[in-house]
Design a protein around this ligand. Sequence first.
Ligand code: ASP
Length: 321
Amino acid sequence: MAHLVLLNAGGTISAEAGPGGVLRGGAGPAVLAQGLPDAALPVREIGVYRGLSEDMTFADVSGLLAALAMAVADPQTRGVVVAHGTDTLEESAFLADLMHGADTPVVFTGAQRAPGALGFDGQINLMDALAVAGSEEGRGLGAVIVFAGRILAARHARKRRTTAPDAFGADGGDLGRVAAGAVQLFARPVRSPPMDFHGLDASVEIVTAGLGASGRILDLLTQQGARGVVLQALGRGNVGRPLVEATARATASGCAVLVVSRSDEGGVAPEYEAGRRLADAGAHFCGRLDAAKARLALACLLANGLDSAGVGAALKTYGFS
Ligand code: ASP
C-alpha cells in the first residue's frame, strides 16, 4: 500500500525538559505522527536515533542513511520525512542529498521549540514536511529541508538562526513554500550523480583562517595523519603565507586539502595571489560548499578510496568545483 515513511531521528522535536528545564534527548520512543491531522497517505514511523543531533556520530548518521536508502528502495514509499535535531540537520540532509539518485521526495525537518514549550513548531513543520513528501512537486528535488514554511535545497541550506522559528536559509534562496498542505515551487536544484557511500573518514578536520593565523593547527593535523583537511579561508579563498606553507606541507604528505570560504555567499576561486598560491600548493577549490558540507564530502570521498588527485576530479563530477 502506498505510504510515507517518517524516520524519527531525535532532536528538539522529540526532546524533553530535564532538571532546571534544560533540554535533553527524549527518553522514550516519541511517536511524532500521533495527534497530527491525517496526511494524504498513511505514515509509517520508524525510530532511527534518539538523542540530540550534537551527539550524533558517523555510525549514527550511517544508520540513518541506511534506513533512508531502505525506505526509498520500497516501491510503495511515496516520500520520506526525516525528523532531526536542527544543529546538524543540514549535515545529515547534505549526506542524504549526495547519496540520493531517485526522484522520491526526501524531506528533513525539526523544531526550534520543544514539545510542551509555548510555540512548539514541531507539529506544523512535520505537517508541512509530510505535505512536501507526498506531493508531485516534491519529486526530483533531491533531499530538501522544510522548515517554517520554506523549502530549501539540502545542498545549500544552513542553520542561520539559533532560536528563531525560521531557522534555516540557503545561498541561492528558497526552492519554494508550503502552507496549509499546498506546495508551491519557485525553482528546481541542479542535481549531480549520486555518490557511493562506504562510510566517512574520521580523520578529516576543518581549519579556519583568520587575520595573522599561523599554520600550526594544520601542521599538527598533518603530523597526526589527517587524510583530509578543509581550509575555511578568507573571502574569495585567501589565506596568509604561514597557512599556504602549511598547506604545501600537508599536500606533500598526501593530505587532501579543500578550500572553502569563511563568508556565507559567493564561493571561492583562486583569483588573488594568495588563492593562486594555495592552488599551486595542491589545494582544491570547492566552489560554494560551506566548511561543514565540504568536510562531509571529503570524508565520503576518502572513505571511497580516493587520493587527493581523485578527490579533485570527483569534486568536478559532483559539481562542487
Ligand atoms: N540541539 C538540538 C539538536 O540538534 C537542537 C534542535 O533539535 O533543534 O538536536
